[in-house]
Design a protein around this ligand. Structure first.
Ligand SMILES: *Cc1c(COP(=O)(O)O)cnc(C)c1O
Length: 406
């Protein structure tokens, strides 16, 4: 079956559910390519590089596909660094933006030759002592900007643990002097689901004040957090407008050192949210005074965003597209309250129907667990019209694999 459009059809998702079983994560490669093209097209006239923030979805086949598109990669743990290298990214295109990590991981990242962003004075000092000017390093700053979908996904505000607060820049400069550090990039990441492009411009303005203080600077890293639509009427970060505003900001602030600075972004959700579909099957219908419950063969063990972030995922009954819409509360099957949606209008639901959750590519499978000793779902990649199983569903042995029976 050919699937060349950027949206997979309900009929096709049902076939995949039947072929591979449910619950099932399905990713559509062409949608990732389309999103990446939006970025590169908008920024084609400027010196900008995109690092896929891979914590959103790290299946090795997704990493390889993003690599094939020409993107770089941003990692948030040393294991993501190892996965990125395994997927074929050369070390100079791998960025490790650390937070609160042990210095041993920084040493490993240096030995692997990847780019490192350090987010504490403590680790920066250890870095200085060990490497001095021999290895360039980036600094993650906390700009004290409040932005993003909600507090749990905001990282740049003045109570956030992330980054070195900009008001401590003198302490950074002391370390630069003392250890002759080569600060190659300044990084800020203010949060997720930022629709207002002016937040990024605000970030640039803060960095512009600091740029003259860092003589060896080559890159400015503005982080990720571009918004994509989750529900009807939601907008997407206007990338064209962002590109224009970033270019204008740079035109207004020629780098005093005269060196052209390259701009980096780290999109996660923007690249992989909409490529993903989570296909589930209805186990049980239950009428109560409070609600009509639809229990699907999943739970927050597979998709935690609704319970964790109050996130909205569009849910469609793909088995009954012409059914009369009614209000349902869609819940899971684990022994814990795991509400996916409360009083949501959905086409009439019957036991055995397939329900699909949209925007399931980013932070879906990646945040799944084996809670209740249930299996993690299988993952399928649709590419060039072909569906490929890229992770088999857990088996019973997987639950015991690392346990040591006494
Ligand atoms: C999570 C993260 C991103 C990506 O955020 P999205 O909202 O998925 O775009 C980018 N940079 C850093 C440092 C991150 O931690």
């Amino acid at each position: 079956m050919s699937q060349q459009q950027s949206q997979l059809t309900p009929e096709y998702l049902i076939t995949l559910g039947q072929q591979f079983g449910t619950p099932l994560y399905v990713y559509h490669a062409e949608k990732i390519r389309e999103q990446y093209a939006k970025l590169t097209t908008a920024f084609r006239d400027s010196n900008t590089v995109f690092f896929y923030a891979c914590k959103a979805l790290t299946n090795i086949n997704i990493l390889k596909y993003v690599h094939s598109l020409g993107a770089n990669v941003d990692c948030s743990s040393i294991n993501e660094v190892r996965l990125a290298l395994h997927a074929g990214f050369p070390p100079e295109r791998v960025l490790y933006t650390s937070n609160g990590i042990g210095f041993d991981e920084i040493e490993e990242a240096v030995s692997l030759g990847v780019i490192v962003n350090i987010d504490s004075l403590s680790n920066l000092e250890k870095f200085g002592k060990k490497y001095g000017h021999t290895y360039p390093v980036g600094v993650r700053l906390r700009p004290n900007i409040m932005a993003g979908g909600n507090l749990k996904i905001s990282t740049g505000h003045d109570k956030s643990k992330f980054g070195i607060p900009v008001d401590q820049v003198d302490k950074i400069l002391d370390l630069v002097d003392r250890y002759h550090l080569r600060i190659a990039d300044l990084h800020i990441h203010t949060g997720s689901e930022i629709k207002d492009v002016d937040v990024f411009v605000q970030g640039i303005e803060i960095l512009f004040d600091l740029i003259p203080k860092f003589k060896e600077l080559q890159f400015i890293d503005l982080g990720g957090g571009f918004k994509v639509p989750y529900k009807d009427g939601d907008g997407e970060t206007n990338i064209t407008e962002l590109a224009q505003k970033v270019q204008t900001a740079f035109a207004n602030h020629p780098n005093p050192g005269g060196r052209p600075l390259q701009v980096w972004f780290e999109p996660g959700k923007f690249l992989v949210s909409e490529c993903g579909y989570f296909v589930t099957k209805v186990n049980v219908m239950k009428e109560t005074d409070a609600a009509t419950f639809v229990s699907v063969d999943s739970g927050f063990n597979h998709l935690i965003r609704p319970m964790f972030y109050d996130a909205y995922h569009r849910i469609e009954n793909i088995s009954n597209p012409t059914g009369i819409p009614k209000r349902y509360s869609v819940v899971g099957n684990i022994c814990e309250t795991d509400t996916f949606a409360w009083h949501r209008m959905i086409n009439e639901v019957r036991e055995g129907d397939y329900l699909v959750f949209y925007n399931a590519g980013a932070y879906g499978f990646e945040m799944s667990s084996n809670f209740n000793s249930r299996y993690k779902p299988a993952e399928v990649l649709v590419k060039d019209g072909q569906a490929h199983l890229i992770r088999r569903r857990d088996k019973f042995e997987d639950l015991l694999r690392n346990q040591i029976e006494l």
